[in-house]
Write a protein that binds this ligand. Structure first.
Ligand SMILES: [Zn+2]
Length: 115
């Protein structure tokens, strides 16, 4: 058996986002929560669940929407910093983001050519 280096999303989820640098799967379209986020390098998407990422040490950061504790997330396969994870939100209106993941658009491609 060949040992695969990455976690593959299931076949029921053929609309997937992948790392633009190494093509590791990152998230399924069904885990997409919002496309209207802003990253440090342009647009970013909010996901419920991601795969093949490692997260760093949480830090407090003042974002446009208030103070948050966030940790950077990196691709497990190529180590590129992709975005961040919301560990904690201090504003009640932002609580829904806790435990969710931001990936910047410039680091993702859509697999299988779907649009
Ligand atoms: Zn990668």
């Amino acid at each position: 058996m060949v040992k695969t280096f990455q976690h593959y999303l299931g076949s029921e989820c053929h609309r997937t986002y992948s790392c633009v640098h190494c093509r590791a799967h990152l998230a399924g379209h069904t885990d997409l929560i919002s496309k209207s986020f802003q990253g440090s390098q342009g647009r970013a998407y909010l996901f419920n669940e991601v795969v093949n990422v490692d997260s760093g040490i949480p830090q407090e950061r003042l974002l446009l929407t208030g103070m948050h504790a966030v940790s950077d997330i990196h691709c497990k396969c190529c180590k590129t910093t992709l975005g961040w994870k919301y560990e904690r939100a201090y504003e009640n209106s932002q609580k829904y983001k806790e435990g969710k993941f931001i990936i910047e658009l410039i680091h993702m491609i859509k697999d299988n050519g779907w649009s």
